[in-house]
Design a protein around this ligand. Sequence first.
Ligand code: AMP
Length: 208
Amino acid sequence: MNIVLIGPPGIGKGTAAVKLSKKLNIPHIATGDMLRENVANKTELGIKAKSLMDKGALVPDDLVIGMIKERLQRDDCKNGFILDGFPRTINQAEEIAKVVKTDRVVNIQASDDVIVDRLSKRKVCEQCGFTYHLEYIKPNREGICDKCSGMLYQREDDKPEAVKERLKVYKEKTEPLINYYKEKGLIVAVDGSGTPEEEFELVLKAVS
Ligand code: AMP
């Protein structure tokens, strides 16, 4: 099954996708993670993307589309995949529809207040990328990753100014995708304001 998760930043797409990927045994493909890896490795793509990402703007469509098309061609995507953070524009959705079909789109929703609160409490491992939340998904030792003992940090784009920009960009560029997929009969809405466990159960139901 080819699944797309849509929703504002911080809604928990990544956390739900990690669990869904284990449950369905299909890869979790997060364009944000792929871009951050490029930034860390100082690739040509990473160098072009960094300043845009830091301020909460989108990376140009052609760069992201090229990266994702290459990823979807790999063998592990044969039985399906979970896209997290892609597509983010109508153009991206149209481009990807030329190479793969989408079976289900899960639209995870919550109020701006919930999102801002979530992002301000999010911490990420600088080594393995695992995402914590200081209330719901707490590390055992403060500031240290349970999985790999890496240091936890706050993403540059989780700081208040960038969060404002990301929410604006989401409303302008990504929200129109909800109607786009609604017209194709692919969308299922899910409440993302509960705990990560509650959210995962709803996402699982939406793809079952
Ligand atoms: P995320 O981890 O999904 O919140 O993504 C972090 C940042 O990566 C976004 O704010 C964008 O700057 C960039 N990014 C991730 N996915 C995309 C995409 N599909 N299109 C454009 N930019 C993206």
